[in-house]
Design a protein around this ligand. Structure first.
Ligand SMILES: Nc1ncnc2c1ncn2[C@@H]1O[C@H](COP(=O)(O)OP(=O)(O)OP(=O)(O)O)[C@@H](O)[C@H]1O
Ligand SMILES: [Mg+2]
Length: 477
């Protein structure tokens, strides 16, 4: 039986073929119509039916454009046609995607699944929308996010601020040895030169082990965060709250440190003020590592021309300090919005930074900042890139603002169903493939991939951080 196809609208097609010629979901096909007009299509649904003694495979998919793909946007007017369908070879697929990135820089994420010779290219411009990366634990999210960040660093000019809860992105300025990149010598050298020019503008802030300390000046936090850090409620703790307001107003500089606050408390004979002092001591706030004395906060150390900022929360002594630092950093980045310098805010483990149900006031504040960036960031050139294994735990108002999806292996049928509904721009049959993805495989859809593509992420050029715990303990003796 010949594999045949037809289209009635010029946008989708339906096909029929035999079992030995079946095209898997997500695969690319060519449809050769009258006058040898060749179009590229992507198979979305396949089903097998009994037909007399044998079986027949039927399916449907989307037409992506004409081949050769010189001008894919000006593809033929929608019209009905009949065609012979066949599996597309890698030249056809590469030529289509090569022509599609148009005026945007192309970010080489890796290759198209089942077509290792065809690069999977993301449209850099698409990162001018919010992006949601998800997949279950161990699906390769952190690795793939690393690939994306490297490519954004090399191929675009955008600034990147990364909230990094597991110290995974602390080595982005260190190239891997050539053998680990799989690149030929001359390409590696060229890449190393480009990295060397960006490396001095990559700044990592964290705990004692980090190149710079992640510190905030207490008095520069929003007043709300200052009181939240102390757990002060304006109604429930009315007297103490008021005493705190009076105390900080009595300090001469508006950029006071926690030491300045404690000094002012000690100088007071007011009982409520003294209670504020006890609160600071009892909560251990003054002992937290993230408070700056004079001139050592992130914003003092960070040069004007920074390209990438990594907040290595994983190296801080406690999760609470991580939450305070995340909220402070997001507040700082939001304050800079009027500079209108394009910025991507990357948040790995986003379910811990902007959860639907925050566990404390600091997390609630960080979530508020992320929700605000999700809603209003784009008009100031601030875009989110969030990664999580728990999509249902991320705040709904953040999720609903994401126009790009990078989906890696996901077993949970419930999560897959929710994702298909939330990210309706991604074809449901492709989203449903997520249960079968291998390590490093995923689906890209949205403005970063106007033709949704199934990818396998390529090799990292830079050194991975926060490596997993060794599993050598189970090696045979
Ligand atoms: N494309 C890839 N090529 C080679 N190794 C990979 C690739 N993707 C992931 N890995 C490796 O697989 C392991 C798991 O990947 P990764 O840490 O990125 O998963 P994750 O989805 O972030 O997991 P978690 O949710 O637990 O953080 C890591 O050791 C990583 O180095
Ligand atoms: Mg991870």
């Amino acid at each position: 039986m010949t594999a045949s196809a037809y289209s009635i609208d010029g946008r989708t097609f339906t096909f029929e073929t035999s079992l030995d010629q079946a095209f898997p979901t997500g695969s690319y096909v060519t449809l050769t119509g009258p006058e040898d007009h060749v179009r590229l299509g992507q198979v979305l649904r396949v089903s097998v039916e009994a037909d007399g003694g044998g079986r027949v495979v039927t399916g449907r998919g989307n037409l992506l454009g004409d081949l050769p793909a010189a001008d894919a946007d000006a593809a033929a007017e929608p019209h009905a046609f009949e065609a012979v369908i066949a599996a597309a070879d890698h030249h056809a697929v590469a030529s289509h995607f090569g022509a599609r990135t148009g005026s945007s820089a192309a970010l080489a994420l890796g290759s198209i699944q089942r077509m290792p010779a065809v690069p999977a290219l993301l449209h850099a411009k698409g990162f001018g929308r919010h992006t949601f990366l998800c997949g279950q634990s161990g699906s390769g999210k952190t690795y793939t996010l690393g690939v994306v960040l490297e490519r954004l660093l090399l191929e675009t000019d955008i600034r990147i601020a990364t909230i990094d809860p597991n110290s995974d992105y602390v080595n982005l300025e260190s190239m891997r040895p050539q053998a680990d990149t799989g690149l030929p010598g001359d390409e590696y050298e060229a890449l190393a030169t480009r990295f060397a020019s960006e490396a001095p503008r990559i700044h990592v802030f964290g705990g004692e082990s980090a190149p710079h300390r992640l510190r905030a000046t207490y008095g520069r936090l929003s007043f709300r965060q200052q009181t939240m850090v102390l757990g002060l409620d304006p109604i429930a703790d009315a007297e103490e709250y008021n005493a705190f307001v009076r105390t900080v107003r009595s300090i001469e500089t508006p950029e006071y440190t926690l030491d300045d606050v404690m000094a002012a408390v000690r100088a007071s004979f007011d009982d409520d003020v003294r209670r504020v002092g006890l609160r600071i001591q009892n909560l251990g706030v003054a002992d937290q590592s993230i408070w700056a004395g004079r001139e050592e906060a992130v914003m003092d150390v960070l040069p004007e021309d920074w390209r990438m900022l990594v907040a290595d929360l994983g190296s801080l002594p406690s999760a609470q300090e991580g939450s305070i630092a995340a909220a402070a950093l997001l507040g700082f980045l939001w304050e800079q919005r009027h500079h209108r310098r394009p910025l991507i805010v990357v948040i790995d483990e986003a379910h811990n930074v902007c959860p639907q149900d925050p566990i404390d006031a600091n997390q609630a504040l960080a979530t508020e900042h992320v929700v605000r960036i999700a809603g209003e960031g784009r008009k100031y050139g601030i875009y989110l890139l969030l990664s999580t294994q728990r999509p249902s735990k991320v705040h709904r108002n953040v999720l609903s603002q994401c126009d790009n999806l990078l989906l890696m292996r996901m077993n949970s049928a419930a999560d897959i169903a929710t994702l298909a509904e939330t990210f309706s721009f991604a074809p449901t049959p492709l989203v449903e493939q997520a249960a079968g993805f291998q390590l490093g495989e995923g689906l890209a859809a949205g403005k970063i991939a106007p033709d949704p593509l199934l990818f396998k992420s390529g090799r990292r050029f830079t050194v991975e951080g926060g490596s997993d715990v060794s599993s050598r303990w189970a090696d045979p003796r």
